[in-house]
Design a binder for this molecule. Structure first.
Ligand SMILES: Cc1ncc(COP(=O)(O)O)c(C=O)c1O
Length: 367
């Protein structure tokens, strides 16, 4: 049996007719830039997220950059961000001239917490960027309380957690202004690049809308130095087709994850742990094992594709050398990076595939 890490075909097969109809309508209207579908998706996604506003953006990195700029964060300001995250979270901060300050994750949930953030606050700290890594919400109440106490902004990076909830509230609705990515393999994925900003603040929404569109809301009049960071109308049409299915897809991810958790409970690997207050949407199902590379090779030899999120943590990336971070400086992050393995998990994956992957893992750990 072959098990790919991810396959998007089952999900797109289910929607093929709807997608064709949407695209046909778009061809008839030809409103390709900031067309009606973008405004309609903004409204749908705001409703879904439980925020007053949503704004379609070109991709997740641009969404985070614009969120930071809308808050007025810039050169000299420090922004706290996880040491364990996809590097784009840091790039957004660096690109607008601010300084990323890395917080270690909790060793069980892999997310930063108020306890790992507090010791690295300085008088220059302006904001915290919690990332809901792998689809699990951060413990947001203590983070929001710390931010309020210290008068800091919060920008959630919700790229990996669309639909996740913390104490009954959706992620992407806690921070002052938040960014997400609809990269095709995300829980809600476009058919190309796309992202969004969510916020309850009309002022931040308006500022972000200007920044997204060349600093302008009236043709050839520019209030700010902006970006071309508009969501593609075609992607908005695709996302509108998909959004009504997101909760069902997340439920299916949770069902597959539960099957793995059950199969692997005595397998001798570290399994994902979920906070009592959180609903995890398993963008990634990440296990840990001391002999991770050998386990990955064993699975590969059995036709099972796995990935590592992430093999080189941001503080060890050549692109970020100028920040002077050293090997050993973030031991929890390095421990996670050296032992983590993401198993296949996607909508349309069969129980037989989950069982096959589980059996091969058990065969490895018990040999
Ligand atoms: C945590 C995180 N932040 C930011 C991004 C950037 O999103 P994009 O690829 O849409 O720019 C991604 C995904 O790629 C991500 O996983």
């Amino acid at each position: 049996m072959q098990v790919p890490f991810v396959s998007l075909s089952p999900l797109h097969e289910q929607l093929r007719r709807d997608l064709h109809e949407q695209l046909d309508r778009l061809i008839d209207r030809s409103d390709f830039i900031l067309g009606g579908e973008v405004a309609a998706f903004d409204s749908d996604y705001a409703t879904y997220s439980g925020t007053a506003y949503s704004l379609g953006i070109s991709n997740g990195l641009d969404a985070l950059k614009i969120a930071l700029r809308a808050l007025g964060i810039g050169p000299g300001d420090e922004v706290i961000v996880p040491a364990t995250t996809y590097i784009a979270s840091l790039f957004a901060i660096i690109d607008i001239g601010a300084i990323p300050v890395l917080a270690e994750p909790d060793e069980y949930t892999y997310n930063i917490t108020a306890n790992t953030i507090r010791p690295i606050l300085t008088p220059r700290t302006k904001a915290i960027m919690p990332v809901h890594l792998y689809g699990q919400p951060c413990d947001m109440d203590p983070i929001m309380a710390l931010a309020e106490e210290q008068r800091l902004y919060v920008i959630e990076d919700n790229a990996q957690a669309q639909g996740a909830t913390y104490r009954g509230k959706k992620t992407g609705g806690f921070g002052h202004i938040n960014g997400t990515s609809f990269y095709p393999s995300k829980n809600l994925g476009a058919m190309g690049d796309a992202g969004a900003i969510t916020t309850d603040s009309e002022v931040l929404y308006r500022q972000a809308a200007l920044l997204r569109n060349m600093g302008s809301d009236k043709k050839y009049h520019h209030e700010l130095i902006g970006y071309n960071a508009r969501m593609d109308t075609m992607q908005a049409a695709v996302l509108r087709c998909k959004l009504p299915h997101l909760d069902a897809w997340n439920k299916e991810r949770q069902r597959l994850a539960d099957r793995y958790l059950h199969n692997l409970k005595d397998a001798g690997v570290i399994l994902p742990q979920t906070l009592a207050d959180a609903v995890h949407v398993y963008h990634l199902f990440v296990i840990r094992h001391d002999r991770r590379d050998a386990l990955q090779a064993h699975l590969q030899a059995s036709g099972i594709q796995t990935l590592i999120h992430y093999p080189v943590p941001p503080h060890m990336q050549p692109a970020l050398e100028r920040f002077g971070w050293q090997q050993g400086q973030f031991p929890t992050t390095e421990q996670i990076s050296g032992t983590c393995l993401s198993l296949p998990l996607f909508v349309g994956m069969t129980d037989q595939q989950v069982d096959f992957v589980s059996e091969k893992i058990i065969a490895f750990t018990q040999q």
